[in-house]
Design a protein around this ligand. Sequence first.
Ligand code: DO4
Ligand code: MG
Length: 276
Amino acid sequence: MKIYKTKNGAVVELKNNFYYKEPVNWDTLVNRKDLHGVLLNDIKKWSRLQNFEIDTNIQAPIANQEIWASGVTYKRSREARMEESKKAGGGSFYDRVYDADRPELFFKATPARTVGNGGKVRIRKDSTWDVPEPELTLFICSEGSIEGYTIGNDMSSRSIEGENPLYLPQAKTYDGCAGLGPCIYVPEKPIAPESMISLEIFRKKGSIFKGQIAISNMKRKHQELVGFLFRECSFPKGVFLMTGTGIIPPDEFTLKSGDEIRIQIEHIGVLVNFVA
Ligand code: DO4
Ligand code: MG
């Protein structure tokens, strides 16, 4: 089952059938334990749609939730970050956090700093080296259970983070720093570990970078990340948690204005962002 946030309401896709309701309060609609079960019941009272297109009426599947992110959960992220921060003496921090009991978790974005499918993400004016980070993103309800999954784009400044790891909040959080969407995938059982995450970047319609990785390559368990996130923080409306990137373009690559970023995650769909 997938749930989309539209301009005026919500659409549920189930086995090629579409159900809609408007208006809806997105926070109360999605922040429910056993979301799959309750939506199955809810849609019996919703209207049927003949077809549904993922177009500009689709919004990021977020209302008042915070977006948090995990770091250095894949080997590739550890290697790239150790290399980029070597000169600044920050290299060993990434190595240590990869193996430590406590994961790296950081506050990523407010809903206002987040764009949806087709939206424009931004590069900071004071940054010279920038990448998208394609990340499986968990939706966790206020009670702490993982209720769904979406696609996250953790836009990152490698020049700022590489200069000094203490600059992480500036490298990660700014206007237009996150992409989220196109829907929340709400399965009956947890997403299959062999599901693939793919990233492709286009410049002037030509493909300039392509990479993919399976979710199963992640070092940490989803529930482990959620456990740490909920230790001393409550989320009355639920929360999104990006789970880290396993795909980082080679060092000579940097994003440019106009680039198209396509992130696909099996079972969820495709999130397209353009660089402003
Ligand atoms: O350690 C800095 C951030 C790491 C990150 O965003 C990632 O691994 O995806
Ligand atoms: Mg990241």
